[in-house]
Ligand binder design. Structure first.
Ligand code: SAH
Ligand code: SF4
Ligand code: F3S
Length: 476
């Protein structure tokens, strides 16, 4: 008999109206064996998905280093490889299953290699069953709620020679003070909340990440102050729906309050993602407008420009409400850049309804956008809705949409040619070590010829050329 703890979607769906997540401040307890289990061993973590997952990847690395594992970039050198997965669309999942197939080869070469799968896919019943059945090489499966159990699980594998499978489907807790290995020296993500209660009908996140739970404002502020003292120049406040921050807490303050408090720490740059129009108040717009260190950039997912589709998506705003919020951001925050997410081919979407989405794009002229064909996620309401449109028509819609989105990305970028912008230097660009790159306040990727600057400096760059996804310039 196995002692596996398997995920359960019915339980994952449960929400308690007055649920206050427990705050756990000392979750990671290592026994003497675990403290040195990773000595002389190497780890590698592969992360897919959103910034929340990237942040979890940093915590997983932190836990492994607390066990004395050493990071390696080389897969063939690794003694443990962890795939930190995303479940948002089917093709994201297919890629991960392909990757497991590929990693089997390393396991053949090195039978002692521990292969682990975690993240949002590990929260899905069907996926875990499939991995257990088809990929016996996977020794370790854990979910998004129990990173702190990793040391016990590794001990079970290495010392007791057993597989370790443990996934919780429950509302979730808040973990403070977990160790982590930050991926960058000058920009830090700060989780302000986890989970999501919006239950948009197409989306799997409320099932894989649990109930919305916000960290206390004082804990968030403490972390930002620490990062500032450590020399970080930028923090990104992270949550699936940051504008709903604090709704699950009493006497804490909402996202507008948090933004102001974080701005008052004096850290140089503050970003936040993702915003949901539903919870975006005028007071939050004011907070962004009031502080120079809150960057003028808002990611404001539209999903669809048609009211009937929005209603069936469970987004709880109309196209008119979206436009009013959009206008308010544009009017009150000088030079604000706005990006979006759009889904085409939602079940039952007609050509006319799709044209409403295109009309909205013509209105908003987004700086940047992520567009997707609807992907049915098993267990979500939209996966059961009648869907008669062919994939071919959906792809055509995506193509037509992208043509307009690209046009506006480029047109918005062209407005910056000849101007000088402040760029936070990230380092040499990916393709050419002689060219450096960084981001402007509006979150435009800027490639430039360096005169003298180091990673983390904020410098002036004069823009000489606009491309669809980036700007080119020269340091002044
Ligand atoms: N919390 C964020 C979204 C996270 S998922 C928000 O509410 O805006 C990122 C994007 O993936 C979503 O905005 C949506 O556009 C897209 N997405 C989510 N589920 C999807 C699905 N089943 N099919 C296609 N796209 C999806
Ligand atoms: Fe998914 Fe909607 Fe929650 Fe965003 S707000 S994570 S799209 S359910
Ligand atoms: Fe993917 Fe999970 Fe994030 S499904 S988008 S990694 S919350």
């Amino acid at each position: 008999m196995s002692d596996y703890k398997l995920p359960d979607f019915i339980r994952a769906r449960k929400r308690g109206a007055s649920y206050q997540a427990p705050i756990i401040r000392d979750a990671l307890k290592l026994n003497d064996v675990q403290k040195s289990l990773g000595r002389d061993l190497f780890y590698h973590v592969i992360t897919y998905g959103c910034q929340a997952n990237v942040r979890d990847g940093e915590v997983i690395s932190g836990i492994l280093e607390a066990m004395q594992y050493t990071h390696t970039e080389l897969l063939q050198e690794a003694d443990i490889i962890i795939l930190n997965t995303c479940a948002i669309r089917e093709n994201a999942e297919k890629r991960v299953l392909g990757e497991i197939g590929f990693l089997q080869n390393y396991k053949r070469l090195k039978p002692s290699l521990v292969l682990g799968v975690c993240g949002c896919m590990a929260q899905e019943e069907v996926v875990v069953q499939k991995i257990l059945k088809s990929y016996p090489v996977v020794d370790l499966i854990f979910g998004t709620h129990n990173l702190f159990e990793l040391p016990q699980m590794i001990e079970k594998i290495l010392v007791n020679n057993q597989k370790a499978v443990s996934v919780y489907s429950y509302q979730g807790s808040i973990f403070e003070d977990m160790p982590s290995v930050r991926s960058l020296p000058h920009k830090a993500s700060v989780m302000i909340m986890d989970g999501c209660d919006k239950f948009c009908t197409y989306c799997i996140v409320p099932y894989t990440r649990g109930q919305q739970r916000s960290r206390l404002a004082e804990d968030v502020i403490k972390e930002v102050v620490q990062r500032k003292q450590q020399g970080y120049k930028e923090v990104t406040l992270l949550g699936q729906n940051v504008n709903a921050y604090g709704k699950d807490l009493e006497n804490n303050g909402d996202f507008g309050y948090l933004l102001r408090k974080v701005a008052e720490t004096g850290i140089e740059r503050i970003r936040f993602t993702t915003s949901h129009p539903w919870d975006f108040t005028e007071e939050m717009v004011s907070a962004i407008a009031d502080y120079d260190n809150i960057m003028p950039y808002v990611h404001l997912p539209l999903q669809s420009g048609n009211d009937e589709v929005l209603r069936r998506m469970g987004r709880r705003y109309t196209s008119r409400q979206y436009r009013e919020l959009f206008d308010s951001l544009k009017n009150r925050i000088p030079d604000v850049a706005i990006s979006t997410d759009i889904i085409v081919g939602f079940p039952g979407e007609t050509e006319e309804q799709f044209l409403d989405t295109l009309a909205m794009v013509e209105y908003c002229k987004y700086d940047n956008a992520y567009s997707f064909v609807f992907s049915p996620r098993p267990g979500t309401p939209a996966a059961k809705m009648e869907d008669n449109e062919s994939e071919e028509v959906k792809k055509q819609r995506l193509y037509r949409l992208n043509e307009r989105l690209d046009f506006y990305s480029k047109a918005n970028n062209e407005k910056w040619v000849g101007k000088t912008v402040k760029v936070l230097v990230d380092g040499p660009s990916k393709n050419n070590p002689e060219i450096y790159s960084g981001y402007s306040p509006q979150q435009k990727l800027v490639n430039f010829k360096l005169k003298a600057a180091e990673v983390g400096d904020i410098i002036d760059v004069r823009i000489t050329e606009a491309r669809k996804n980036s700007l080119n310039g020269e340091q002044v």
